[in-house]
Design a protein around this ligand. Sequence first.
Ligand code: UD1
Length: 341
Amino acid sequence: MVILVTGGAGYIGSHTCLELINAGYELIVLDNFSNSNIVPLHRIYEITGKHIKFYHADLLNKNSIEKIFMENKIDAVIHLAGYKSVGQSVQSPLSYYHNNVTGTLFLCQTMQKFNVTKMVFSSSATVYSINEGAISEDAQLGSSNPYGRTKLMIEEILKDLYVSDNNWSISILRYFNPVGAHSSGRLGEESNGIPNNLMPYITQVAIGKLEQLQIFGGDYPTPDGTGIRDYIHVMDLAAGHIRAIERVMTSTGVKAYNLGTGNGYSVMEMIIMFSQVSGRKIPYTIVDRRPGDVAVCYADPSMAKRELFWEAERGIEEMCEDAWRWQLINPSGYKEIVRKI
Ligand code: UD1
């Protein structure tokens, strides 16, 4: 079976591609490298011995997408390509709406033209407007920022698409907080500049690239006062995509699934665990809350367990160990190697 993975060179994409190859799928990757590069695809080859057919293409260029569908018999699409920074989306909303929404429209139009009706779409827990207790898929939706709204809009577009043509089969995956790396230390998350997210920030403090972590808020109504999130190992997330592909191939309809562990950990608990596994001190200061942050956000992942037969298997210790190994082996991410190529 042939799967087109848009954004396949990115953090989640590269780990998902590795799992797809291990599960026996044939892959085509489309990426414009706006926030990634070719190195992870080379490394997937090193790990698996399997080549990935790659197109350096942009979803906003409809002709180049059509070419991919013309040249290949594609059975399903995993659609991960998109901008993902909350802060940037507030600065440049038009580019976010254009890239994420228009790119998806072009992709869906092309899929329709070539009669490909199976899709797994990468969404985010950021689409939920509530933030108390375990969040289930029927919780109230709404987002406070343009990035989140692009995800919400795309979810609505995909639902409308199914209403118009019941042949479509679409799984929407709402990720909680993906962290960690492949256990080989060869694939991981590359941050451009200073990381926005907690785990890459911690790893860069641990290795001495950044001086100290700022904890955004120590006065949340949580046991230790710091924010609680549902961190999920990126390899568990990758496995979720395989289950979702299996589902879309054998059913029709459009359905959203939370991909999270169902367990919440505080910033402080993450710092303590990371210090333990790395043997490094993580200096920190507690500063004001970050605007837009919530106190607690964790998944009710029971729907994915029931319908996708998927459950996260890795705990925060493994997440921290793998993130640390990746950081140690690749202090500058993929960048140094890119310069040499
Ligand atoms: C963020 C995005 C979310 C996206 C997700 C992907 C925002 C507001 N939300 O979620 O849309 O889907 O990443 O993983 O950016 N923290 C610190 N210091 C730091 C960084 C983070 O204390 O330097 C804290 C935050 O306040 C939060 C926790 O760590 O309590 C996790 O933060 P982060 O990794 O940025 O993820 P989210 O904000 O949950």
